[in-house]
Design a protein around this ligand. Structure first.
Ligand code: FES
Length: 63
């Protein structure tokens, strides 16, 4: 794994963030932190935004 945080857009799926990360809500509350990989929703259908919960496959997201 690179020492840089990488963001990979999966075809018709989430954005995979790999590396050190911190995720904050709109009010600045920390939602997650760590090192590794997380999937962020790109389709808008996730029930656990900003994280992907697999709903993109149910709505046949194209992107
Ligand atoms: S990209 Fe997976 S639920 Fe939206």
């Amino acid at each position: 794994m690179s020492d840089k945080t990488q963001i990979k857009l999966l075809p018709n799926g989430p954005a995979i963030v790999e590396g050190n990360f911190e995720v904050f809500s709109t009010d600045g509350t920390e939602m997650a932190q760590g090192k590794g990989a997380i999937a962020l929703c790109r389709c808008g259908a996730s029930a656990s935004k900003p994280f992907c919960d697999g709903a993109h496959s149910k709505i046949s997201f194209q992107g």
